[in-house]
Design a protein around this ligand. Structure first.
Ligand code: ADP
Ligand code: MG
Length: 240
């Protein structure tokens, strides 16, 4: 579903991604971990073309992401992204936040889009919040709405960039639970997170990044029990 081939990326003279290759199969959940500044967000953002690349190639569902405006547009239709900051539209209620993409981008009828939005709200455990404005919701609820909004576009791939990092501890579990449900439904997911429990339990593969490189790629059980790379060992000793 996702192929990253020998991708390098600079910001000015800073080399942020150094010849990265990674394949994610349909239905797979890949968790990316690593220290701050190691290039995790940048790598994730190359997948849906939020970042240009300097060399290499990224394809999503066979489409070359960085080939043209048209390919970029197609890939954006296929990928949903959830950020640390929920990025909801604060002047729109929850139902409108979720239905606006299908209406304005996909040309769905308002009624149809709102039926789907209501179903998705149920799926993320917030059936009673359709008329609420984001400011009235907790962080965990806002993030679940953000996930529903991404799902409303029927993506084939979901990208998560530290979706629980801005949340109070008691709200982290409710968001991870929704993500786990998505994984069980067979969604292809790439997740940057510091939630090692989620990685261990839900991921099919864990990727450890440091300094713009993938230093280890492993089965989560194996990785957490016996990390091979020294920097991965060091990192785990600090976060576990
Ligand atoms: P991570 O998500 O692992 O913390 P990032 O991908 O955000 O890492 O950043 C990797 C490196 O690229 C860091 O050194 C960061 O400062 C730098 N960087 C990220 N975005 C930009 C940008 N838009 N312009 C310049 N440097 C950037
Ligand atoms: Mg980041």
């Amino acid at each position: 579903m996702i192929k990253i081939n020998n991708v390098s990326k600079n910001f000015g003279t800073l080399e942020v991604l150094k010849n990265i290759s990674l394949t994610v199969n349909a239905g797979e959940v890949v968790v990316i971990i690593g220290p701050s500044g190691s290039g995790k967000s940048t790598l994730l953002r190359t997948i849906n073309g939020l970042e240009e690349i300097n060399s290499g190639m990224v394809t999503v569902d066979g489409i070359n992401v960085h080939e043209s405006k048209d390919s970029l547009y197609q890939v954006r239709q296929l990928t949903g992204m959830v950020f640390q900051q929920f990025n909801l539209f604060n002047h729109k209620n929850v139902l409108n936040n979720i239905s606006m993409g299908p209406i304005h981008v996909q040309g769905k009828k308002k009624e149809e889009a709102e039926v789907i939005a209501a179903q998705l709200l149920k799926k993320v455990g917030l059936p009673e919040k359709s008329a609420a404005y984001p400011s009235r919701l907790s962080g965990g609820q806002q993030q679940r709405v953000a996930i529903a909004r991404a799902l409303a576009m029927h993506p084939k791939v979901m990208l998560f960039d530290e979706p629980t990092s801005a949340l109070d501890p008691e709200m982290i579990a409710e968001v991870l639970e929704v993500m786990k449900g998505l994984a069980q439904d067979g969604m292809t997911m790439v997740v940057v997170t510091h939630e090692m429990g989620f990685a261990r339990e839900v991921a099919n593969r864990v990727i450890f990044m440091d300094d713009g490189k993938i230093l280890e790629e492993a089965d989560p059980k194996e990785f957490f029990a016996h990390p091979k790379n020294d920097r991965a060992k060091q990192f785990l000793s600090k976060v576990l």
